[in-house]
Design a protein around this ligand. Structure first.
Ligand code: NAD
Length: 494
């Protein structure tokens, strides 16, 4: 008998295997060995999930629930999540290699996202319009959109679930979540909390499977009203094309190659901490990874030497152990990508100051040493390739004008960081940076209260923040004739 953990999908309130019995194995990146069996949803399974969500949206008990009742359910979900943060964090760590101290903390903090949107559920308002017609009143009523397809990648499963589910459910929509084929377990397990919180069956459905058929069938489904996608730019192109089938609204949270700029007057210790958090947090597998570092020429050599010394001391190992500072990469593909890119950077004139290889004592799992590559040229391939690994490209600059041009010389535009004690300069520079997030003297901070999203190939639409709930609604315009007189002759213009 197999000792693999066996997971099921949540469809219409039932815990089910794939209708054709299909499944795949999820691999623990710390050991490189399979640890769980995950159902591979068929087209029929996805269709069943969408229809269950549509039933609840259009006529089931969910459709009749008051906004304040939805808020109560979301609040309960947040409380349950905080209670179960240890268990869920552990599953996410086994499945993705992300450190337990981060997944546990994240699961607990994510409860705040559900609480935030719980509070907003009964605060979505329309408008009365100062209409330019006599004897006429007009108003807008904000209504939920319908069935939301939420498609996510493997990193930060629970965080991504919260930023999508929170506003979508608070606004009155129903959801079909598609987990990543590389790490589905924590998201499927999260379904237990949906049940326990008391959401009617079918309001939230969780399916697992491959991009095709599972993701494709979901995002082309005629009953889907909005696709909330997080993932890579290539998949995003499929998503946009898929939406031509159902005219679903689309929001895209994609990758990045985010610049971090350190000026000569910065608090250098604080900047070093910010740089390390930006690129080595989650082993660099973060969409906001600060993977391009620009150092002012006056501090370049010393900063690089100090950063390299600190980096060489990072404790890499078992992500379940409390003392570990960096875990493995989630997939073998990521490890291969890092190896290939760093080899090419060497060929193109880059100097590897740290890492650049698998640690010798950890060759069973998918570990890669924290790596710093000094790049003599902004045009090197590594400078504009999202690696999704712990690899930092370092470049030098002379002045503000040069560094702004270099920071913006990328197809991406998700995040950025500026370290300086001169606040006027920080504000001047942030204004010119073409990215959705600018962190000044800090890095990698998120909150339910603050919008999150990118420019250019980093996608469009915003998640988090109060506005997000409105993005999951649309206005219906209602006209009311307030005159007692009957309507006039339609062929006489007045
Ligand atoms: P990916 O694009 O390969 O996959 C994302 C999801 O899309 C998966 O669930 C996958 O099964 C699904 N999918 C694949 N093909 C599909 C299709 N044809 N139709 C519908 N769905 C399909 O992403 P990944 O490699 O798992 O994750 C890494 C990427 O995600 C990186 O680029 C990273 O920067 C990005 N990311 C962005 C954010 C953000 O908020 N901006 C957050 C995390 C990750």
């Amino acid at each position: 008998m197999s000792d693999l953990q066996n997971y099921s999908m949540l469809i219409d309130g039932d815990w089910v295997a794939a209708s054709d019995g299909g499944s795949f194995e999820s691999v623990n990146p710390t050991t490189g060995a399979p640890w769980a069996t995950i159902p591979a949803a068929t087209a029929e399974d996805v269709d069943r999930a969408v229809r269950a969500a549509w039933y609840q949206f259009s006529e089931g008990p969910w459709s009749k629930m008051l906004p304040s009742q939805r808020g109560k359910l979301l609040r309960k979900l947040g409380d349950l999540l905080a209670d179960k943060s240890e268990d869920l964090g552990r599953i996410e760590t086994i499945d993705t290699g992300k450190m337990l101290k981060e997944t546990r903390w994240q699961a607990k903090y994510i409860a705040e996202f559900f609480h935030f949107y719980a509070g907003l559920a009964d605060k979505v308002t329309g408008q009365t319009l100062p209409i330019d017609k006599p004897d006429m009143m007009a108003m807008t009523i904000r209504e939920p959109l319908g069935v939301i397809a939420a498609v996510v990648p493997w990193n930060s499963q629970l965080f991504l679930v919260a930023v999508k589910l929170g506003p979508a459910l608070a606004a009155g929509n129903t959801v079909v979540l598609k987990a990543s084929e590389h790490a589905s377990a924590a998201m499927l397990e999260f379904g237990r909390l949906i049940e326990e919180a008391g959401f009617p069956p079918g309001v939230v459905n969780i399916v697992s499977g491959l991009g095709d058929p599972c993701g494709r069938v979901l995002t082309t489904h005629p009953l889907v009203a909005r696709i909330s996608f997080t993932g890579g730019p290539e998949t995003a192109r499929h998503i946009v094309r898929n939406s031509a089938e159902n005219f679903a609204e689309v929001s895209l949270e994609l990758g990045g190659k985010s610049p971090v700029v350190v000026f000569e007057d910065a608090d250098l210790e604080s900047a070093t901490n910010g740089v390390m958090a930006g690129i080595f947090g989650a082993s660099g597998q973060s969409c906001v990874a600060g993977s391009r570092l620009y150092l002012h020429e006056k501090i370049h050599d010393k900063f690089l030497a100090d950063l390299s010394a600190r980096t060489s001391k990072i404790l890499i190992g078992d992500p379940l152990a409390e003392e570990t500072q960096m875990g493995p990469l989630c997939t073998l593909g990521q490890l291969n990508a890092c190896e290939t890119q760093v080899a090419r950077a060497r060929e193109q004139g880059g100097t590897v100051h740290n890492g650049g290889k698998q640690p010798a004592h950890l060759n069973a799992g998918w570990f890669y040493e924290p790596t710093i590559v000094e790049c003599p040229d902004q045009k090197m391939e590594i400078v504009d390739s999202e690696m999704f690994g712990p690899v930092l490209s370092v470049l030098r600059f002379k002045d503000e004008e040069e560094v702004v041009a270099k920071a913006n010389d990328t197809k991406y535009g998700l995040a950025s960081g500026i370290f300086t004690r001169d606040i006027a300069r920080a504000l001047r520079v942030q204004k010119q940076i073409r990215a959705g997030i600018v962190w000044i003297n800090t890095y990698r901070v998120v909150s339910p209260i603050a919008e999150f999203g990118g420019f250019k190939d980093s996608g469009y639409g915003r998640e988090s923040g109060a506005q997000a709930i409105y993005d999951y609604t649309r206005p219906k315009t209602v006209w009311i004739n307030t005159s007692d007189a009957p309507m006039g002759n339609p062929f006489v213009m007045r």
